[in-house]
Design a protein around this ligand. Sequence first.
Ligand SMILES: Nc1ncnc2c1ncn2[C@@H]1O[C@H](COP(=O)(O)OP(=O)(O)OP(=O)(O)O)[C@@H](O)[C@H]1O
Ligand SMILES: [Mg+2]
Length: 163
Amino acid sequence: MIDLRSDSVATTHAIAGVIAGLVRPRDIIVLAGDMGAGKTAFTVGFTRALGVSEEDQVSSPTFTLVHSYNSGRIPVLHADLYRLNSMGEVADLGLREQVDLGAVALVEWGDVAADVIGDSLTIELSHDEDDDDARDIVISVEGHGWDTRWDKLRESLRQWSVH
Ligand SMILES: Nc1ncnc2c1ncn2[C@@H]1O[C@H](COP(=O)(O)OP(=O)(O)OP(=O)(O)O)[C@@H](O)[C@H]1O
Ligand SMILES: [Mg+2]
């Protein structure tokens, strides 16, 4: 696990940018945390860092379940599982099949469907009780996809590390 603290939206964007720099096609990134924790803010920083154009705007994919942004270095799928009712519906989105074609996926509320999603990097954001602009960010991994990148990831995020 990597424990970080973000003191502003700009910092969350910067953290997402570092992670975007290490991402590879076929990665799935699960974004966990309460409403307003910063999952969509993370996505904005992530897609910007991959060079997704500003016209290809990130919005909350609440009504369209999956958005795709194809103007950056790697195609990005952005899903929000909040409104899905069953694991069958999550499976029907075909996220794994789509990333296997060479994209990377960011999945808000993906932690509720960990079994369907499988191997992933999980970014859990949580509010800070004392500071409205601060977030605790915990990064963990499921599977072996990040084994060779883990030390680099930790090192690149060191300035925001809390340990
Ligand atoms: N350090 C921070 N990191 C991220 N967002 C922050 C931070 N400080 C304040 N914010 C604010 O918190 C809000 C985060 O909203 P965002 O839509 O990203 O949350 P979300 O986790 O996607 O919520 P939802 O579950 O409703 O989709 C934004 O208004 C953002 O400006
Ligand atoms: Mg959101």
